[in-house]
Ligand binder design. Structure first.
Ligand code: ATP
Ligand code: MG
Length: 443
C-alpha cells in the first residue's frame, strides 16, 4: 500500500527525522488517500515535543495556537501543516474537551486515542501503513467503528456521536453494531455539545451521499439536537400527494436535493411546522400555513445552532416559499426574480423539485413537468436579458435628473414605480417610453 505524499509533507517528515525524531502522516489524510481521494489537508504526528518541533522549523513561520494540546502549525510554501506531538487524553468532564493532554513517546498510544478505526491509521513513506485497529478493512467493508469501547469513547466525547453519523453519511458507510448501539445509548450527552460544533457536523452530514439512511436510522439521535423532529416521525399525512410520513418525506427530499448546504438545510426544515398545522377535512389531511410556520421554526432552529445570518435568511426564505404556486409565465416569474434574486429563485426551483421527488409517485410526472416549464421560461427570460431588477432597467437616476426631476427620494420612488410597471409588462423597457411616462406623471 503506497500513499503519495506531497513534496511539502515529505520535507516536513525528513526535517523531523534528520533532527532525530519520528514522524508520520495520520488521520483523515491517510483515510482519504486509501479511499482514492485527495486529502484536503495533511496532519503530521511526531514524538518531538512542541518546543522541539518549533526549534526544528526555526526560521519558518509558525503558529502556536494549539500548543497546549501539542499542535504546532508550520507554514511551508504558503501551506499550513499541523504537526502534533503523540499524545493521550484524559478526563472529559465537559463531554467534549479533554481536561488533560499527556504527551507520549509511542505512535501506538496516539493512535489509540483517536475516534474511529478509519481515522486511526498512520503512514510513513518507508515504514508503510500503521493500522493497529483494522481501519483498512473497515474502509473496505464500509464500516464506522470506534477504537476501543464505543460506549466509553462516546462518554468521553459526545461530539464523536455526530462525527460517526457524519462520516457514515459522507462515505455512505454504516455503523458497526456496537458503535450503533452506543450511539443510541449515549445520545443524550449531545445536549452538552456547543452549537457551533453541532452545526459543523450537521452541515457535513446533510451533504453526505448516505444522508437518507442516516436520517431514517438515527432520527432519535438527531432529535436530541433538533427536538422539533420528534413530532414528524410517524406523522401520517393522509393526503393523496403523500405516501410517506412527514419525517420520511423530509429525509427523502433532503437526499433528493443537490448536495449544497443551503439546499439540504432547507429540505431538512421545509416541513418542520407541519405537525402543528394539521387539520382533517372529509378524511383528508391538510397543513394550511405550514410553510410560514416552518419558516418561523427554521429561523429559531438556525439561530439556536448559531448559523450565520446569510445562511439563516436564505434558508428561511426558501422554507417559507417552498409551497409557492405560480404559472410558467413571464410576469409571475419576473416578480419572484425581483423579490428573491436570481440565485435564490434557482434554489427555489431545486427545492420544489426535491419536494416533489419525495411525494406520491403517481403525482410526480405532472408536477415535475410544470416545474420544467417554469425552468424553460426562466432560462428564456435570462437569455433575453429581460428586466426584473434596476440593473436591467433602461433608465437610471441620472436620466431622471437630466429630464428635470430634482435630486432626492423622489428619484428612487420613480425608479421603483418604473421597474414595477416594466415587470408587470405595463410599460416596455425602452428609455424613451419610460422617460415619456415620467414626463406625463410630472406634468
Ligand atoms: P476531515 O478533516 O475530513 O473532516 P479528519 O478525520 O481529518 O476529517 P479532523 O477533525 O480534522 O478529522 O481530525 C483529525 C484526526 O484527529 C481524525 O482523523 C481523528 O484521528 C482525530 N480526531 C478528531 N476529532 C476527534 C475526536 N473528537 N475524538 C478522537 N479523535 C479525534
Ligand atoms: Mg482533517
Amino acid at each position: 500500500m503506497k500513499i503519495t505524499l506531497t513534496p511539502t509533507i515529505e520535507q516536513v517528515i525528513n526535517k523531523l527525522e534528520s533532527a532525530g525524531f519520528e514522524a508520520f502522516v495520520v488521520g483523515g489524510c491517510v483515510r482519504d488517500s486509501l479511499l482514492g481521494k485527495r486529502p484536503h489537508d495533511w496532519d503530521v504526528c511526531t514524538d518531538a515535543l512542541p518546543a522541539q518541533v518549533i526549534s526544528c522549523f526555526n526560521g519558518w513561520p509558525v503558529i502556536e495556537t494549539g500548543l497546549k494540546h501539542g499542535t504546532v502549525t508550520v507554514i511551508i510554501q504558503g501551506f499550513p501543516v499541523e504537526i502534533t506531538t503523540y499524545r493521550t487524553e484524559s478526563g472529559y468532564s465537559d463531554a467534549r474537551r479533554p481536561d488533560q493532554v499527556t504527551f507520549v513517546r509511542k505512535l501506538e498510544e496516539d493512535l489509540g486515542r483517536r475516534d474511529f478505526t478509519i481515522n486511526a491509521m498512520a503512514y510513513h513513506p518507508r515504514k508503510g501503513l500503521k493500522d493497529l485497529f483494522g481501519g483498512q478493512e473497515d474502509l473496505h467493508r464500509g464500516i464506522i467503528r470506534c477504537v476501543g469501547s464505543a460506549r466509553r469513547r462516546f462518554e468521553e466525547d459526545a461530539l464523536r456521536i455526530l462525527r460517526a453519523l457524519r462520516f457514515a453519511s459522507v462515505f455512505g458507510f454504516s455503523l458497526e453494531k456496537e458503535t450503533a448501539q452506543a450511539v443510541n445509548l449515549c445520545k443524550e450527552r449531545l445536549a452538552m455539545i456547543a452549537p457551533e460544533r453541532i452545526r459543523t457536523e450537521l452541515d457535513q452530514m446533510l451533504c453526505g451521499q448516505g444522508v437518507l439512511d442516516i436520517l431514517l436510522a438515527y432520527s432519535p439521535v438527531l432529535q436530541v439536537i433538533l427536538p422539533e423532529i420528534g413530532e414528524m416521525r410517524g406523522f401520517e399525512q393522509r393526503s393523496p400527494y403523500h405516501v410517506y410520513d412527514i419525517w420520511e418525506h423530509t429525509a427523502r427530499s433532503t437526499a433528493s436535493v443537490q448536495a449544497q448546504r443551503i439546499l439540504r438545510l432547507t429540505m431538512l426544515l421545509h416541513d418542520i411546522g407541519k405537525p402543528s398545522c394539521f387539520t382533517e377535512e372529509g378524511g383528508e389531511g391538510h397543513f394550511y400555513g405550514h410553510d410560514r410556520k416552518s419558516a418561523q421554526m427554521a429561523g429559531e432552529i438556525l439561530r439556536r445552532l448559531k448559523y450565520d445570518n446569510e445562511t439563516l435568511e436564505k434558508v428561511v426564505q426558501l422554507v417559507g416559499r417552498h409551497g409557492d404556486c405560480f404559472p410558467a409565465q413571464p410576469v409571475p416569474i419576473k416578480r419572484r426574480l425581483n423579490r428573491m434574486g436570481e440565485e435564490q429563485f434557482w434554489r427555489l426551483l431545486e427545492v420544489k423539485r426535491a419536494d416533489i421527488l419525495a411525494q406520491a409517485p403517481d403525482k410526480q410526472p405532472l408536477r415535475l413537468a410544470q416545474l420544467e416549464e417554469i425552468r424553460f421560461v426562466l432560462q428564456k427570460l435570462l437569455a433575453e436579458k429581460e428586466c426584473f431588477s434596476r440593473k436591467e432597467l433602461r433608465v437610471s437616476g441620472t436620466d431622471l435628473i437630466d429630464i428635470g426631476i430634482p435630486q432626492g427620494p423622489k428619484i428612487g420612488e420613480l425608479l421603483s414605480d418604473l421597474l414595477e410597471k416594466v415587470i408587470e409588462e405595463e410599460l416596455p423597457n425602452e428609455k424613451q417610453a419610460l422617460l415619456n411616462y415620467v414626463r406625463e406623471l410630472s406634468k
